[in-house]
Write a protein that binds this ligand. Structure first.
Ligand SMILES: [Mn+2]
Length: 409
């Protein structure tokens, strides 16, 4: 059957309510608003959102209010929205605000399946005219990956869309995250994917696999890599499908990489470099790198640098100091190639303790191990900080009640 010309938008990873900095939370939302505006102007037939609409399962009232207003615009224009939950929409109760949006008639969650006796998962379609839309949600920590190798659907339709919130092997690169081989997925014409915050598109036979990119970057690195939010517009015209990535250039991002060697003179050097640049109305990303041979990162006066950036009328600024290394020339160690990291660490600590004898040294191995504890991919920063703080207080034998109002928790 010939499908008439149909145009739809594919969005993913909107993370509405994301960002701590107010300016960036606002731009994040405005970028989503701009996407809705383009969808309305082009009078598209429908919209897909492949997970992580909200940054958390319990968005703030302010974000909900603004989001509902955007969904109402689409609803009034009779443009249906089909979505699935992402890893950030997850809540332990299984309930999310996506349910509220759906009850209000503003979207349709297309996750619908039946577990079969043989362990396979049969997906059920939602239809837009003759186009069949299937979806399977993202879960915490890539828990859906195993399920996805068991999903199937029965009939072939004139056009089939599969929505997932999962990383496919082709885009995972060196990231330590779960991924699925796209070949195990059931056959569809368009794979509307989300989760990895990259723009990616590939075609195998007539099937298109697309990550549209987040509607706005979500952290320092993403801002540096992507600069702007984006989404996909897809046109089905008979047997041909055309896709186009639409970028949303709201505020220019300027990444400034400065190499420093001396923490004591770095502030002035950074300000001199910044002074040569036009920062007006830009999102300034300041990335410091290099090995400090004098001074430490604590010597850099970031308050002064931020004041200077503000004077140059930047929209906002973020900094990253994770690429700075500190050179230690205090003592020399001989390490043989058979030594593992723990052995080398304990040798260095032993040597250091001999030269700098204090009672505090006994805490060093435990502190090093605690401080190497990484934030889990899905973990909220506040929970991670809490976990780390608890661990450090235990090691340092500090009484927890000093900072906690409720010691039972
Ligand atoms: Mn996401």
């Amino acid at each position: 059957m010939e499908t008439r010309r149909t145009k739809f938008a594919h969005l993913a990873d909107c993370h509405l309510g994301g960002w701590r900095q107010e300016e960036l939370q606002t731009i994040n939302f405005q970028s989503f608003q701009k996407a809705v505006q383009i969808i309305l102007e082009q009078n598209l037939d429908f919209v897909l959102i492949s997970g992580d609409l909200f940054d958390s399962a319990y968005p703030s009232i302010e974000i909900l209010k603004e989001s509902f207003a955007e969904f109402k615009k689409l609803h009034d224009a009779k443009i249906p929205v089909y979505l699935i939950a992402g890893s950030h929409d997850f809540s332990s109760s299984g309930k999310t605000f996506l349910d509220v949006l759906e009850k209000a008639g503003f979207c349709k969650n297309v996750e619908s399946w039946e577990l079969q006796e043989n362990g396979k998962i049969k997906l059920k379609p939602t239809f837009y005219k003759q186009i069949a839309i299937y979806g399977y949600p993202g879960k915490k920590s890539g828990m859906e990956v195993e399920d996805l190798s068991k999903i199937y659907f029965e009939s072939m339709h004139s056009f089939t869309i599969l929505m997932i919130h999962t990383t496919i092997y082709d885009v995972v690169g060196t990231l330590p995250i779960e991924s699925i081989k796209k070949e195990v997925l059931p056959l569809a014409d368009y794979y509307a994917m989300g989760h990895i915050h990259k723009r990616f598109e590939t075609q195998i036979a007539n099937a298109k696999y697309v990550y549209p990119g987040p509607t706005y970057p979500n952290n320092f690195q993403e801002l540096s890599d992507l600069q702007y939010g984006s989404f996909q517009i897809v046109e089905i015209n008979g047997a041909s499908t055309k896709t186009q990535n639409i970028q949303i250039p709201l505020k220019e991002v300027l990444t400034i990489i400065i190499e420093i060697k001396n923490g004591l003179t770095a502030t002035q050097e950074i300000i001199e470099q910044l002074d040569k640049l036009i920062l007006r109305d830009k999102i300034v990303l300041l990335k410091l790198k290099g090995t400090l041979t004098r001074g430490k990162t604590g010597d850099i006066k970031f308050g002064e640098i931020e004041d200077f950036i503000r004077k140059k009328e930047a929209f906002t600024s973020l900094r990253s100091i994770s690429s700075i290394k500190i050179q230690s020339t205090e003592f020399q160690m001989e390490a043989s190639s058979e030594d593992n990291i723990e052995k080398i660490e304990s040798k260095i600590l032993g040597e250091y303790s001999k030269q700098n004898p204090t009672d505090f040294n006994k805490y060093l191995p435990q502190l090093m191990s605690a401080l190497s504890m990484e934030k889990n991919e899905e973990e909220k920063s506040a929970i991670y900080e809490d976990r780390l703080l608890t661990e450090l207080m235990n090691i340092l034998e500090l009484n927890e009640t000093i900072t906690r109002s409720n010691p039972e928790n």
